[in-house]
Design a protein around this ligand. Structure first.
Ligand SMILES: [Zn+2]
Ligand SMILES: [Zn+2]
Length: 216
């Protein structure tokens, strides 16, 4: 029973097929089909001898894409539901969804939310500051709005709530001396930055922010 279940799972992503054996019922006769979930080719991508990659490398690549689950489901899933589905899927193949994997996946999702997985730069989803990938990996909080990445920007609600509080407090950079931030922070910097993420300030908002914006 256990063995049979394992044979019905993708070795890379753990997706469990109801009635299908990626490597055949004997676990040794690869079908060379493509996984519905992670897209690996059974017998090639999950075979180091064949592709030079193998399960670990391919799985890492899949995490780096934000571990997309089945196409028709993935866009509908909240991040919480996605991670619980992922946890269950990985447990099929004996892999624990540890904090390291969660971070990698969320980090990739963050980029994904910015719309372009291959982008070299991406934006804080709250304040719109542009980051390079490297910056982002090194810093878990935004140097501008001080949000905690993958936590404060975890959902649309979380993003707009955090942004509103930040704006109400004068929308001032948390680390104003950081060289990656513009000198002499001003309303025009704020507008430009927010435009990166398609957020436009209304006149009322600007008036409210200016009341609170500190002078340098
Ligand atoms: Zn798979
Ligand atoms: Zn930010």
């Amino acid at each position: 029973m256990q063995n049979n279940q394992l044979l019905r799972c993708c070795r890379v992503c753990g997706f469990e097929y109801a009635n299908y054996y990626p490597w055949g019922e004997d676990g040794n006769s690869a079908s060379y089909d493509v996984c519905d979930c992670c897209g690996c080719e059974f017998g090639y991508d999950d075979d180091e001898g064949a592709s030079g990659k193998g399960v670990l490398v391919y799985r890492q690549e899949w995490f780096n894409k934000g571990a997309p689950l089945l196409e028709q489901d993935d866009k509908e899933l909240t991040q919480e539901k996605k991670l619980s589905t992922l946890k269950q899927q990985l447990s099929n193949i004996g892999i624990e969804l540890d904090s390291n994997i969660v971070f990698q996946v969320k980090n990739s999702l963050h980029k994904h939310q910015n719309g372009n997985l291959n982008a070299k730069n991406f934006y804080c989803l709250i304040c719109g500051l542009s980051y390079t990938e490297r910056d982002f990996c090194l810093h878990s909080s935004c140097i501008c709005c001080n949000c905690k990445f993958t936590y404060d920007d975890n959902s649309d609600d979380a993003i707009s709530t955090y942004r509103q509080v930040w704006l109400n407090n004068g929308a001032y950079p948390f680390y104003p001396d950081d060289p990656r931030l513009p000198k002499n922070w001003s309303m025009s910097h704020l507008k430009t930055q927010l435009a990166n993420i398609g957020f436009n300030l209304t006149d009322e908002m600007i008036a409210e922010i200016e009341k609170n914006m500190r002078k340098i």
